[in-house]
Each structure stands twice: as structure tokens, then as C-alpha cells.
Design a binder for this molecule. Structure first.
Ligand SMILES: *[C@@H]1O[C@H](CO)[C@@H](O)[C@H](O)[C@H]1NC(C)=O
Ligand SMILES: *[C@@H]1O[C@H](CO)[C@@H](O)[C@H](O)[C@H]1NC(C)=O
Ligand SMILES: *[C@@H]1O[C@H](CO)[C@@H](O)[C@H](O)[C@H]1NC(C)=O
Ligand SMILES: *[C@@H]1O[C@H](CO)[C@@H](O)[C@H](O)[C@H]1NC(C)=O
Ligand SMILES: *[C@@H]1O[C@H](CO)[C@@H](O)[C@H](O)[C@H]1NC(C)=O
Ligand SMILES: *[C@@H]1O[C@H](CO)[C@@H](O)[C@H](O)[C@H]1NC(C)=O
Length: 485
């Protein structure tokens, strides 16, 4: 083990040396590739981070940023990626059809460039070697072409995060070599064409965040290799189709949240041995959660919130859950379940309105360190969260409004990462700590707090209904006590 790292480093060095040697040894950029790429550059009207500054006529185009060539010295891929965290890292303009001259392209990756507009790049129909298209998070618009099925050599197609409208063309079913199809985050309407069942090689299907409607077609029995299925944030109605059962061996992500699905959660979901993430939230599902869920031993993320599910909730056999949201159903859990309390890796716990009646002082979670989000609103929880907030180092949100929490606000530690604190409608007493002014959202209304409100940007409704809080933003007449200092 001790020499594996340097060895790997050496082989990497060797690889990059031989690759660059390869580049320099080969002849100059093919004239068609150079003119095609320069044509692309001339379609770009703004490049504030100088992404294309190395693209100069008469220089070796295989060494231009984002350009890759293979053995025959032809350009085979174009890859330009904007970086979200850098505000200047975008391109504005259109994708020039002159890229059609770069005949040997097998991959086009134009991702997170922000301001690339225009319609679907029809020139890709003239690129016979093209296999991978990722034109994501730009501003392309218009309809997807009806003859998109002619791109039969494609293995991956993503136009996610654009502004495409209209239906999913039914000819998409002819793209039978596709392993990945991502049309997410657009404005697509209509139903899912039944014949996409022909895309038997799909491992990844993402149609989320569109305006698709109708019943989910019962077509999933042909997707033997599907690992990720994302259909959240649409208007799909009807029940969860029974053919989803055939995805049991391989499916890891099943996301159907934010639709209008009805009926029960099917028993067969308990057989999904590989399931990592199940999101059925914000639908109209009813009945109980199947007992078979206790067999979902690999589940890390479970979101069933905002449905009409009823007791009893099955005891899960998980080694550790990372995020759980059961909020706003018709559960009466009484306690925070033991399989949650024992998780060593949990970072998000949302159990709002779950009929929990415990005293928080007696809750003994195995690990609190990783918590980012806690929502225990609308329960009958008494005791104090002071110890809990004192043991989290990354907490971003703590929501516990409408409970019976009783503690001295001055002893509450507000960790630096905390953005949201909602303690409204509890029995909190004492004074407000100065630290609250650093929060993005605060609500301590309807408690027993007293004293001067530290300078902050929050509205009066965040402080109303306390015993003797005073100062801005509350009206001066609301002060029922002597506010010293
Ligand atoms: C895109 O263009 C708009 C309008 O010209 C501009 O406000 C915006 O900052 C640009 N950048 C990105 C990344 O969208
Ligand atoms: C699609 O599946 C077929 C049959 O399993 C296989 O021969 C072919 O190589 C696959 N294509 C891709 C791109 O994975
Ligand atoms: C479900 O919960 C998870 C974790 O809290 C969250 O990331 C996801 O966005 C939620 N899904 C929906 C559809 O709201
Ligand atoms: C869990 O899986 C085992 C083995 O497949 C099965 O016998 C058992 O009935 C399942 N449990 C539930 C509650 O469905
Ligand atoms: C918070 O934790 C520290 C040590 O980690 C401890 O000294 C302190 O007493 C705790 N405060 C409260 C209010 O629990
Ligand atoms: C604070 O909570 C109260 C009661 O729950 C609510 O009426 C009020 O709108 C909230 N204010 C803010 C700023 O969130």
C-alpha cells in the first residue's frame, strides 16, 4: 500500500506525457475542424471568462481549451463547462451550425454555459459519429425536432435545463442505443409516448421538472437496466404503474415526487433491494406504507411527505438513513422511530405533523454531528432542544414551531451555519441572543420571551405574541415590561 500512490502518480505522469507527445507528433489541425470551431466561436457574443481565448486561427486546434483530438488528428470532442460558483463563467450567443464541419465529433458537451440560446442544434443530424450530446443548462428553446429519432447512433442525449416546449417527439423511441436520456428542467408538455419502451438499453431516464401529464405509461418492464428514474415535478396522475415492479433488481433512484399520483404505495417496492432513494412526496397517495418496506435495507433517502398516508409505519431495517421526510401525512408516530435515532449518518430529519408526543430531553440519537436540517414542527414535543443544537456543527435549518418546547433562549447555541430558526408557538422564555441577527429567517412569535429585540431585519410577525419582548420592529405600545439597556 505504501508505494501504490507514487506508482499511480508515475503512471499518470507517463500517460499524460505520452498523450501530449502524441499530440505534438501529429500533423496540424484539419482545415475543416479549424474552420468549424472558429465558426462556433464567431457565434459566441460574450465570453467574459475568456473560455475561448486559446482558440486562435493558425494555431493547433487540438490544443484549444475544451477540444480533444484522437489518433487521426481529427477533433472528436468539444467540451465547454461553465462553473456555477463563478458568475463570469458563461457564454452568450448561439451554437453555430458550422460545427457540422467538425465531421468526426463523437461528443458535444456544452454544459452550464447559461446564455447560449437558439433552437435545437439541427446540424447534429449531419454528424455521423456523434454518440454523446450533453447540451445542458443553457437557454435553448422551441420544440424538440419531430425527426429526432434519426440520430440512431446516439448513446446519450441530454438537453436538460433549457426552455424546450411542446411534446416529447414519439420518434425518440428510435434512439435504441441510448443508455441515458435526460430531458429534465424544460417546459415539455403532453404525455410520455408509450413507445419509449423500445429504449431497452436505458440506465438513466430523467424527465423531471417539466409539465408532462396523463397517467404514467405502464411500460417499465422493458427497462431491465434502469438504475435511475426521475419523473418528479410534473403533473402525472393515476396510480404507480405495476410494471415498475420489474425494475426491482437494479433501480437505485425512484423519484416521482410533486405529481398528482393517487392510490396506494405498491407492496412490490419493498423488493427493490438496490434502492438508495425513494421520493414519492407531494402526491395524493393514501393507505398504509407497505410492511415490505422493512426489507429496504439499502435505502438512504426516503421522502413520503405531503401525502395522505396512515398508521402504522413499518419498522425499517436500515443500517443508517441519511435523510427522511414523513411530514404532513396522517401518521401518529408517538416517538422519533428507533431506526432513525440509531442512524450514525443522518443529516436531514423532517417529521412535521407526525403525531410525535415525546420529551426531547430523553431523545438519545446515536449521532447529531452531521445534521443540516431538522423539522419537528406541528407535534407535541416538550423539553428542550438546547443540548441538540449544542451538538451540531453544520445545522442550517431548525424548525420546531407549534410544539411545547420550554427552555431559556439565552442558552441556545446558534452555530455559524444556521440560517433558519423557527420556534414560533412554543413556551420559550428568556431573552433573545444577539446572534439572531445573522439568520436569514427567524420566527419566535407566540412564546414567553422578554427584553429588547436585537437589531435585525425580521418583520414584526416574527416577534408578536410574547410575554414582554420590546423594541423595533414591534410597535412601541407592545412593550409590557421595562426594557433596560
Ligand atoms: C445572461 O444574459 C442576461 C441578459 O443579457 C444577463 O442578465 C445575465 O447576467 C447573463 N448571464 C447568465 C449567466 O445568465
Ligand atoms: C444495447 O444493448 C444491446 C443488447 O444488450 C447491446 O448489444 C448493445 O451494445 C447496447 N448498446 C449500448 C450503447 O450499450
Ligand atoms: C424529498 O426530500 C429530500 C430530502 O429532504 C429532498 O432533497 C427532496 O427535494 C424532496 N423531494 C421533493 C419532491 O420535495
Ligand atoms: C422480506 O423479504 C423476505 C425474503 O425475500 C420475505 O420472505 C419477507 O416476507 C419480506 N418481508 C416483508 C415484510 O415483506
Ligand atoms: C455545550 O457543549 C459544551 C462542550 O461541548 C459544554 O461545555 C456546554 O456546557 C454545552 N452547553 C449546553 C447549554 O449544553
Ligand atoms: C411566524 O409564525 C406565526 C405563527 O406561526 C405566523 O403567523 C407568522 O406569519 C410568522 N412570521 C414569519 C416572519 O415567519
Amino acid at each position: 500500500m505504501s508505494f501504490s500512490f507514487p506508482l499511480r502518480l508515475l503512471s499518470l505522469l507517463f500517460l499524460s506525457l505520452s498523450l501530449s507527445h502524441f499530440k505534438f507528433a501529429s500533423a496540424a489541425c484539419h482545415v475543416d475542424d479549424e474552420s468549424g470551431l472558429l465558426g462556433f466561436k464567431s457565434g459566441i457574443t460574450q465570453d467574459p471568462s475568456a473560455m475561448l481565448s486559446s482558440w486562435k486561427p493558425g494555431t493547433e486546434c487540438c490544443s484549444w481549451a475544451g477540444v480533444t483530438c484522437l489518433a487521426n488528428n481529427r477533433v472528436t470532442s468539444l467540451s465547454l463547462l461553465g462553473q456555477h460558483e463563478k458568475p463570469n463563467s458563461f457564454l452568450a450567443g448561439v451554437i453555430s451550425p458550422s460545427l457540422a464541419r467538425v465531421k468526426h465529433l463523437d461528443g458535444i458537451y456544452l454544459q452550464n454555459l447559461g446564455n447560449i440560446s437558439g433552437t435545437f442544434p439541427d446540424f447534429i443530424f449531419g454528424l455521423p459519429h456523434l454518440k454523446y450530446v450533453y447540451i445542458e443548462n443553457n437557454k435553448l428553446s422551441g420544440q424538440l425536432p419531430a425527426n429526432i429519432g434519426k440520430l440512431t447512433q446516439l448513446e446519450a442525449l441530454s438537453v436538460a435545463g433549457n426552455r424546450f416546449t411542446g411534446p416529447i417527439p414519439s420518434s425518440v423511441s428510435e434512439l435504441t442505443q441510448l443508455t441515458q436520456l435526460n430531458l429534465g428542467q424544460n417546459l415539455l408538455t403532453g404525455t410520455v409516448p408509450d413507445n419509449i419502451r423500445q429504449l431497452k438499453n436505458l440506465t438513466y431516464l430523467n424527465l423531471q421538472h417539466n409539465q408532462l401529464s396523463g397517467a404514467l405509461p405502464d411500460i417499465f418492464s422493458s427497462f431491465k437496466n434502469l438504475v435511475i428514474l426521475r419523473l418528479s415535478y410534473n403533473k402525472f396522475s393515476g396510480t404507480i404503474p405495476s410494471s415498475i415492479a420489474s425494475l426491482a433488481p437494479n433501480l437505485q433512484y425512484l423519484e416521482l415526487g410533486h405529481n398528482v399520483l393517487t392510490g396506494k404505495i405498491p407492496d412490490f417496492l419493498g423488493k427493490f433491494q438496490a434502492l438508495d432513494t425513494l421520493d414519492l412526496s407531494w402526491n395524493r397517495l393514501s393507505g398504509t406504507v407497505p410492511k415490505s418496506f422493512s426489507n429496504l435495507t439499502k435505502i438512504f433517502n426516503l421522502n413520503l411527505s405531503h401525502n395522505s398516508l396512515i398508521d402504522p409505519f413499518p419498522v425499517m431495517n436500515v443500517k443508517g438513513i441519511e435523510s427522511l421526510d414523513l411530514s404532513y401525512n396522517q401518521f401518529h408516530l408517538q416517538q422519533i422511530p428507533n431506526w432513525v435515532t440509531s442512524s450514525p449518518i443522518i443529516f436531514s430529519l423532517k417529521l412535521a405533523k407526525c403525531g410525535i408526543k415525546m420529551n426531547l430531553n430523553y431523545w438519545k440519537p446515536a449521532e447529531t454531528y452531521f445534521y443540516d436540517y431538522i423539522d419537528l414542527s406541528d407535534n407535541e414535543i416538550s423539553g428542550s432542544p438546547v443540548w441538540l443544537l449544542n451538538r451540531t456543527d453544520y445545522l442550517v435549518e431548525f424548525r420546531a414551531s407549534r410544539n411545547k418546547l420550554k427552555f431559556n433562549m439565552e442558552s441556545l447555541r446558534l452555530v455559524e451555519t444556521l440560517k433558519v430558526l423557527d420556534l414560533s408557538r412554543n413556551l420559550v422564555f428568556g431573552k433573545l441572543p444577539k446572534g439572531i441577527s445573522g439568520l436569514a429567517e427567524l420566527n419566535v412569535s407566540y412564546n414567553n420571551l422578554c427584553g429588547q429585540i436585537p437589531a435585525s431585519k425580521f418583520p414584526a410577525s416574527a416577534f408578536l405574541g410574547n410575554a414582554c419582548l420590546c423594541g423595533s420592529p414591534l410597535p412601541s405600545t407592545s412593550c409590557k415590561c421595562f426594557c433596560g439597556k
